[in-house]
Design a protein around this ligand. Structure first.
Ligand SMILES: Cc1cc2nc3c(=O)[nH]c(=O)nc-3n(C[C@H](O)[C@H](O)[C@H](O)COP(=O)(O)OP(=O)(O)OC[C@H]3O[C@@H](n4cnc5c(N)ncnc54)[C@H](O)[C@@H]3O)c2cc1C
Length: 544
């Protein structure tokens, strides 16, 4: 299939753009970008670019917590084993070992002076989540872990004179010169600028917004993954999207995630007739891995012709629920639900992208001076499925390691590439891009969601390819338009890679190939072939 991909989204002539220079540019103010910036701040001048305020990051909304082997009966090896098992044969063992080994000390340091982390009898209290063989999840203010971690990191950033936090700036594209980073194109205060930089960290999070039903914040549109693709970098494991099983489903209300920790404490899932059905699918029942629980829920919804199943917390007292899960309690209450007496309607939603920009530890890409970290990167840690609460952990551990790496490697000597210009996406076609975005989201949900098969994936690929062709001659100017173009490109990639993986593994389930196949026990990779105007997919061996 031939499709023309624009190298740059906006028209520009580099010599005429406003020009500034910063030693290190970090795109993203979530856990990964902030942690990395803090490590660099004593040695370099760092500028963080973010599309919006910190509350608009997925990090801020993380509820459950951070996994680390802190209990007396736990160990980094056990944590690694659980991560590898959930990763369904696609996790790279050296990466898993590095992150799980670093976790206990790093988390202890982070939380030691912070009273918001929940404790009982002077010890950190550890929650239990699906796929973990013991209680291992550190949490803060009950179920507001992400908000508390964000605030801790942001306070430190604000107290670091070396860091400039630049909210409301959208990075649109990377400028690469002779195989090295040169800078970024940024829309700030409504105008396009060129920011030259000696090191660039991509940390824009995931791409959940390509799905109609998602837990992700509105800005989670995979921008850095798409920018990397347009810059010739490879993406890895893009077919693996994790669907969270229990998201509040009240028509008109936001898709608010009900943390897995709720099930860890004994919450039960029932179908519309009140039957507890998960135990017949897996002995771990409500605590089975997310992919299995999500599929079972979806199949039960189809079987019972209902739009949701129900989470039952009525066994717990109001006081306990209010104290242990304050955000869940108050959010449901604001929609008229008293969760100590009533069942909560829930259904699965797109939640996390295991795939991303292909990196080598701790975040090196194939372009000198360009790095990726957090949900944007694909390190091989999560494999085909992410273990609950391993994502904030990855951002903290590898954000820190990547900062150290940049300190060690140093900055690229840059200059402004002479004569660089582009016509970007431009044209007079009259196309409603808001409608295109909605159509993409519906298509991804219906045809490339929890249950996939060849025919529906082919249908999705054809539609998305057509929209990409149509949008090539549309004048894209607003940030939302630019996001939509990024989303289309990534939707195409997800669907294409899902078609190539003719097996079921981890979060990727094909109803026409229902089991895992040995020949596919490898990472998928994809980049754009600009000469032939097509996708160039391949496979990479899993590191044992
Ligand atoms: C509701 C919810 C609950 C979760 N709960 C947990 C949990 O309990 N434990 C756990 O481990 N994980 C959890 N996760 C997953 C976890 O929160 C995320 O994977 C993680 O926070 C991602 O961090 P990040 O730094 O990579 O990106 P994010 O936190 O998503 O931050 C992305 C940043 O990039 C910026 N950005 C994006 N595009 C651009 C652009 N073009 N230009 C400039 N800036 C840009 C955004 O403004 C933002 O600042 C949860 C996720 C959700 C959605």
């Amino acid at each position: 299939m031939q499709i023309r991909l624009p190298r740059y989204l906006l028209p520009f002539n580099l010599t005429q753009l406003p020009h500034s220079r910063v030693e290190v540019a970090v795109i993203g103010a979530g856990v990964a970008g902030l942690r990395c910036s803090l490590r660099l701040a004593d040695s370099y001048e760092v500028e963080i670019f973010a599309k919006g305020s910190p509350e608009k990051t997925n990090t801020w909304h993380a509820q459950g917590g951070v996994a680390a082997a802190l209990a007396a009966d736990d160990s980094a090896e056990k944590h690694a084993q659980d991560s590898l098992k959930t990763g369904a044969g696609l996790s790279d063992r050296p990466v898993v070992e590095k992150v799980t080994k670093a976790a206990p000390e790093l988390i202890r340091k982070l939380v030691s002076s912070e009273p918001v982390f929940n404790r009982s009898e002077n010890r950190l209290s550890l929650g239990r989540e699906g796929g973990h063989s013991c209680a291992r999840v550190v949490h803060a203010s009950g179920d507001a872990t992400g908000r508390e971690i964000s605030q801790i990191l942001l306070d430190r950033v604000k107290n670091s004179p070396g860091i400039n936090l630049n909210l409301n700036s959208m990075v649109v594209d990377l400028v690469i010169d002779q195989g090295k980073i040169s800078g970024i194109l940024v829309v700030r205060n409504g105008r396009l600028e060129f920011v030259e930089t000696g090191a660039l960290v991509l940390a824009t999070g995931g791409l959940g917004q390509i799905y109609r039903e998602t837990t992700n914040c509105v800005g989670t549109t995979g921008d850095a993954m798409a920018m990397a693709l347009r810059s010739g970098l490879s993406l890895q494991d893009m077919e693996f999207i994790q669907f969270h099983p229990t998201v509040l489903y009240l028509p008109g209300a936001p898709r608010f995630l009900i943390t897995e920790a709720v099930r860890g404490e004994g919450g039960i899932i029932r179908d519309i007739s009140g039957e507890r059905f998960l135990s017949s699918a897996d002995p771990r029942a409500e605590l089975a891995p997310r992919d299995l629980v999500s599929r079972e829920i979806l199949q039960r919804m189809i079987l019972t012709d209902s739009s949701s199943v129900y989470l039952d917390l009525t066994e717990f007292s109001t006081d306990w629920l209010e104290n242990r899960f304050p955000t869940v309690f108050s959010t449901c209450q604001s929609y008229g639900l008293d969760i100590s007496r009533e069942l909560i309607p829930v259904r699965p939603c797109a939640h996390y992208s295991m795939g991303g920009v292909l990196v080598e530890l701790p975040g090196r890409t194939a372009v000198e001076g360009v790095y990726a970290v957090g949900e944007t990167a694909s390190t091989g840690f999560h494999g085909a499925n992410r273990l609950a609460s391993n994502s904030l952990l990855e951002g903290l551990v590898l954000g820190d390691s990547l900062g150290r790496e940049i300190l060690q490697v140093g900055l690229v000597k840059t200059s402004r590439p002479a004569g660089l210009k582009s016509s970007g996406l431009t044209g007079s076609r009259n196309l409603d891009l808001v409608d295109v975005r909605k159509s993409l989201q519906s298509t991804m949900w219906r045809y490339a969601g929890i249950l996939r098969d060849r025919d529906r994936l082919v249908r999705a690929r054809e539609s998305i390819a057509r929209w990409i062709e149509l949008t090539a001659t549309v004048d894209c100017r607003t940030p939302a338009d630019l996001e939509t173009i990024n989303m289309l490109q990534l939707g195409l990639i997800v669907v294409n890679q899902a078609l190539l993986r003719r097996e079921s593994r981890g979060a990727h389930f094909r109803t026409d190939f229902q089991t895992a196949r040995d020949k596919f026990r490898c990472h998928s990779t994809v980049c754009w072939d600009f000469q032939e105007n097509c996708l160039d997919s391949g496979w990479r061996a899993v590191e044992q």
